[in-house]
Design a protein around this ligand. Structure first.
Ligand code: SAH
Length: 347
């Protein structure tokens, strides 16, 4: 039965080489097949024309090639594209293509649903259903790259892990996917063009530093005061800001790579002087910049975007302290493709 066959793309190149030698073939056959699977994006073993028919039949008996399917593609009036991506087991995740004048950015998902429980995020309401496999993350990027070439006449320039899920709670698969995206056998993209965004899991941030990753790190901070942060992001009760700070200092000491803090200013939550002061102080620990992101309402409830004056007060205080701060306007709001809105309504 199909269901018991292994997804061949869960094997590393070495494992594929070993598979062939164990089956009386030569190791280089593993390289050939690997190239078909990744660089050439083969969807079936029969595509592998330089592999003998009997070998293809043997692969067919042992493995499947799982592929995502872009079920639905929506285009926003601002050029943003949202893909509803169906996985081999029928679950759906979303990825987004965000064009600007100078670049096209893919925003990809790392989990179906999310392990965490940020009160302001639509994905959190889905709970975590499962982690995405490396090939499922990679395929989202390939799909967006094709759309970028089609609609914008150039390849994808950047990737952010800001879709559904918490990338650091699916650590190994995210790292494997990035390895493939950056390797010459995959897209050969520079890791400097990739940003992993985390809501802040100190232990895993330290692991990133130990693993000497070359991509960028963004942290969804939203408050530099423990009481407020754990109210809006309840999981963070277990990860006080002191621990987060320590992990970020460790990250910087190992990587020398600046951190981006993502921050939404909400009415009556963090639109006050104490919150601004706390953020300014927090920003002094490690070289960083701040993206003040617009709130995308997910229901009528608790959270409302703060006034323009409150946001200006943040910018003024940060700039006065030499900290780069930018306001990020939402993209793709009309198709529910903006931050925190990914929750596959159609699925
Ligand atoms: N779990 C990761 C990545 C996914 S969320 C993380 O937390 O960083 C991507 C970004 O969108 C995060 O900064 C998150 O805090 C923000 N976000 C979530 N819900 C939002 C909303 N309703 N409006 C604006 N930003 C939101």
């Amino acid at each position: 039965m199909e269901i018991h066959k292994k997804d061949i793309r869960s094997l590393s190149k070495d494992q594929l080489r070993e598979f062939f030698t164990a089956n009386g073939d030569q190791a280089f056959r593993g390289n050939q097949v690997y190239e078909w699977l990744w660089s050439k994006g083969a969807h079936s073993f029969d595509d592998m024309t330089n592999v003998a028919k009997t070998t293809r039949a043997m692969l067919e008996e042992n493995f499947v090639i799982n592929h995502i399917k872009v079920d639905q593609m929506q285009r926003s009036s601002d050029g943003t594209v949202k893909n509803a991506v169906r996985l081999h087991d029928g679950l759906v995740v979303e990825s987004v293509l965000i064009p600007t004048i100078t670049r096209t950015t893919a925003c990809v998902s790392s989990q179906v649903g999310c392990s965490l429980d940020c009160n302001f995020c639509a994905t959190a309401r889905l709970k975590r259903m499962r982690n995405l496999n490396p090939d499922e993350i990679y395929d989202q990027v390939i799909a967006i790259d094709k759309e970028s070439r089609l609609y914008h006449n150039h390849p994808l320039s950047n990737i952010v892990f800001m879709g559904m899920g918490e990338p650091l709670m699916n650590y190994n698969n995210v790292i494997k996917a990035i390895d493939m995206i950056t390797s010459p056998e995959g897209l050969g993209m520079s890791p400097k063009r990739i940003t992993v965004s985390t809501s802040g899991v100190p232990k895993m941030i330290k692991k990133l530093a130990d693993d000497e990753v070359k991509f960028k790190l963004a942290v969804s901070l939203h408050s530099a005061i423990d009481d407020i942060r754990s109210r809006i992001m309840p999981f963070s009760k277990n990860f006080p800001l002191a621990d987060l700070r320590e992990s970020l200092e460790y990250w910087y000491s190992k990587t020398r790579s600046k951190i981006t803090y993502e921050y939404v200013v909400w009415k009556d939550i963090n639109d006050n002087k104490a919150s601004i002061d706390a953020l300014v102080k927090f920003c002094k620990y490690v070289p960083c910049k701040v993206n003040l992101i617009e709130y995308n309402p997910i229901d009528d409830g608790e959270f409302q975007q703060a006034s323009e004056e409150s946001i200006m007060a943040y910018i003024k205080a940060l700039e006065a302290n030499g900290i780069v701060a930018k306001v990020r306007r939402s993209r793709g709001k009309d198709i529910d493709a903006a931050c925190g809105q990914l929750a596959n309504k159609e699925a």
